[in-house]
Design a protein around this ligand. Structure first.
Ligand code: FAD
Length: 303
């Protein structure tokens, strides 16, 4: 029998009745149709978004507009807390802080403080802007009484020299005033467990919330993973490759995989789950129902 290494083995099974708090990441819509879809998704997920929603800013090279309005709309429809992403890239320090002031004035008091990506790899952060997220966290902390989260990378940020170096920079962000970190998605839950252990060894004690990507569109998720240097398990390539021509079967397989990933992340001790809903509700809602009805899931042998 092959013995798995310690860090590959789920080390903490929670009570069968435990329900991880769930948050859902959305993005500002770019059309009237997109706005209707966002409103529908918000309504559908409001009941299960126990840790609220978050709204991206300028992700994927898009314009950094729309975050503020989208956050207000989601808060109004859902009645849940909404965290606005705030990126430093592309703004001077004064411009970034003006955006933060606007959030504060409208009651958006949770921020995911990010450096953001330069439009292209060879472009630097705008002159006079915050060059690292830790500087932005410190400035936000001095400005208003925000609740500040930051980003973390279980498999290392692509630009970091090493995982240890990256974890030390994560610690700088937390020491500067952030309360927790939301992780880049992983496709192998054991990578999250190894990261939590590595963070513990370097003195990071804040909650590290794993990101979970619904796998509805495997080619797209795979491309994201390659861009982020997230490891793609060969078994997932084989699984989705088997259903290349059969979209319904592929969706069912994706749901099964995501539910299992979520279960493992919880077993590894995830304090909450951040689901990259990206303005779609079907798979995120189905996943939430599986997790929130843990007793039923236990009866079905799912945990
Ligand atoms: P930082 O923490 O500043 O780190 C960036 C790099 O610099 C890392 O390699 C780090 O190790 C290194 N570093 C940090 N501090 C120092 C230092 N003092 N000296 C030397 N090196 C240092 N992008 C968007 O554009 N919009 C979004 O809405 C968005 N949402 C995201 C949500 C989540 C949950 C995650 C995980 C990422 C998100 N991103 C988003 C992507 C993010 O902006 C990019 O990954 C970006 O390249 C890094 O941002 P950061 O805040 O992690 O940067």
């Amino acid at each position: 029998m092959q013995v798995r290494s310690q860090d590959e083995r789920p080390r903490r099974f929670q009570d069968p009745g435990a329900k991880p708090p769930l948050s859902f990441e959305m993005y500002p819509p770019r059309s009237a149709k997109g706005r209707r879809a966002l409103a529908e998704t918000t309504r559908r997920l409001a009941g299960v978004a126990s840790a609220g929603f978050s709204v991206t800013m300028g992700a994927g090279g898009s314009a950094p507009s729309g975050t503020h309005e989208t956050a207000l709309e989601i808060a109004q429809i859902s009645g849940r807390p909404v965290m606005a992403h705030l990126i430093a890239q592309g703004h001077s320090r004064a411009e970034t802080l003006r955006l933060a002031d606007g959030f504060w004035q409208d009651g958006i008091t949770q921020i995911l403080a990010l450096r953001g990506d330069p439009p292209s790899a060879d472009q630097a952060v705008k002159k006079g802007g915050f060059s690292h997220a830790s500087q932005l966290v410190a400035a936000l902390r001095d400005r208003h009484d925000f609740r500040i989260s930051v980003a973390a990378y279980p498999e290392k940020h692509p630009q970091a020299r090493s995982l240890d170096d990256d974890i030390d920079h994560l610690k700088e962000k937390l020491d500067a005033g952030a309360t927790d970190a939301i992780c880049q998605f992983v496709l192998d839950p054991a990578a999250y467990a190894r990261f939590v252990d590595a963070c513990g060894r370097r003195g990071v004690t804040a909650p590290l919330i794993p990101g979970l990507m619904p796998l509805e569109n495997w080619p797209r998720v795979r491309a994201f993973a390659m861009a982020n240097e997230t490891r793609v398990p060969r078994r997932l390539d084989r699984l989705f490759g088997a259903f290349e021509e059969e979209s319904e079967a592929r969706r069912l397989a994706a749901m099964a995989v995501v539910a299992e990933q979520a279960r493992q992340l919880v077993a590894y001790g995830a304090p909450a789950l951040h689901i990259y809903a990206l303005n779609r509700w079907q798979m995120p809602l189905a996943l939430a129902q599986v997790l929130q009805n843990a007793d039923q899931a236990a009866a079905l042998g799912l945990r």
